[in-house]
Design a protein around this ligand. Structure first.
Ligand code: FEO
Length: 174
């Protein structure tokens, strides 16, 4: 059984993951409008991943006998200066996600809620990958600077990204 405090925080994480999806969907639109369909595709996959994370928290909360209270999802801040700006904001957001996951792990351990601790470990690993992926794109953008040719090549590369659902959702259609 989840504690009241843990249930509340897991609910907040459902909202946060859906907010992340909303944020990346907005970034996808920015790239689509800027004529960078590969970047737009990459961000759309990123949004899809976040929605799947939200569903994982949702399923886990209900599965542990908790209650779900869906909250309002904030509108992401509008307007980006350029491609680099978008990826700097993406990395900052992922760093904030990592901090939230770490805090949840800390709470689970304090409460000796080992089931939640185990559940969260997948997210701990996922965050390493998320930060690594975003940092990789960011580094390439820094190398490219204002070279249009380089940007178009990177656009092509990012356009090949595919969505792999988290193992816990494989075959669920979520
Ligand atoms: Fe749900 Fe990008 O972490």
């Amino acid at each position: 059984m989840l504690s009241k405090a843990m249930n509340k925080n897991l609910n907040e994480q459902v909202t946060w993951e859906f907010y992340s999806g909303y944020l990346y969907l907005g970034m996808s639109a920015y790239f689509q409008e800027a004529g960078l369909p590969g970047f737009a595709h990459w961000m759309r996959i990123q949004a899809q991943e976040e929605l799947s994370h939200g569903i994982l928290f949702y399923n886990f909360t209900l599965g542990r006998g908790g209650s779900i209270k869906l909250a309002n999802i904030d509108a992401p801040a509008a307007g980006y200066k350029n491609t680099l700006d978008v990826f700097e904001k993406t990395l900052a957001h992922e760093n904030a996600v990592t901090a939230r996951i770490n805090k949840l792990v800390g709470q689970a351990r304090k409460e000796e809620d080992f089931a939640t601790d185990i559940f969260l470990q997948w997210f701990v690993s996922e965050q390493i990958e998320e930060e690594e992926n975003v940092t990789g794109v960011l580094n390439k953008l820094k190398l490219i600077k204002n070279d249009g040719q380089g940007l178009l090549m990177l656009d092509k590369e990012l356009g090949a990204r595919t969505f792999t659902p988290p193992p816990a959702l494989m075959g669920s259609g979520a």
